[in-house]
Design a protein around this ligand. Sequence first.
Ligand SMILES: Cc1cc2nc3c(=O)[nH]c(=O)nc-3n(C[C@H](O)[C@H](O)[C@H](O)COP(=O)(O)OP(=O)(O)OC[C@H]3O[C@@H](n4cnc5c(N)ncnc54)[C@H](O)[C@@H]3O)c2cc1C
Length: 253
Amino acid sequence: MNKEIEIVGAGPAGLVAAINLAKAGCKVTVYEEKSEVGHRFHGDFQGLENWSSEEDAAVLLERLGIKTNYTCQPYSELTVFDANLNKRIIRSQRPLFYLVQRGHAPGCLDHGLMEQAKEADVEIVFNKRVDKLESGGIVGIGPRAADAIAKGIIFNTTMEDTAAAILDDTLAPKGYSYLLIHKNKATMATCMFKDFKREKECFERTVETFKKVFPKLNITDAKEFGGYGNFFFGKPAFENGKYYVGEAAGLQD
Ligand SMILES: Cc1cc2nc3c(=O)[nH]c(=O)nc-3n(C[C@H](O)[C@H](O)[C@H](O)COP(=O)(O)OP(=O)(O)OC[C@H]3O[C@@H](n4cnc5c(N)ncnc54)[C@H](O)[C@@H]3O)c2cc1C
């Protein structure tokens, strides 16, 4: 196969498509509007959820030909608090999720996938925004609207590895507040699905509440971050010669 394929967006969706197509013998070019991968992330932790399908997420990635050249730590325990701060611990035999880090730095998912794409001879053209793919291709440009927003901090802590969530509309309207700790680095955020104007207040309540339930949290060197996500159904993933992948196809988590 000597087909030439153009992909817009060097996020996980675009890069995984690129790696697979290049390995299948295609000549692949990825256009990325920023100067680096993972630009909209800040070294924050995310979870590759492992409850959505029978197949383990790590096995699925391996089956797709993706190597684990990034932090990918299984977590099998999640502490959940309700709005009255009643605590439940959810444990699972197989990992509930795999913790990954997002951003441009080594160890981050985005950086690892970029390296694998380069190894597979994918050409990545940075600082190149593409609004139209005249002759078709793959669109992996991420979210186009904010259905949910997140506001949080990354920080250092002396607390042990932890995954926790609080379900309380005064902290995260129709969403959840989360705390992920790995090797003394932490990410804490409110993820809100409505009342976006209350973002600051919800974020501050989130921090205060996590401090209350985890008195040993000891936050140092905190840096704020924010982001947004897009979810939708019903739009075709293939239209006018273009395949939509990842969040550009409405897919999340
Ligand atoms: C704070 C936060 C926490 C999250 N937590 C989780 C989590 O725990 N688990 C989970 O599964 N998901 C989580 N998500 C969602 C997850 O980050 C996204 O679903 C995922 O990054 C989507 O990958 P993607 O490749 O589709 O898009 P992106 O990662 O957004 O990548 C798209 C790329 O396309 C580039 N681009 C955009 N437009 C153009 C253009 N016109 N031309 C060229 N390049 C372009 C962008 O610069 C970007 O690099 C979270 C999101 C946020 C914001």
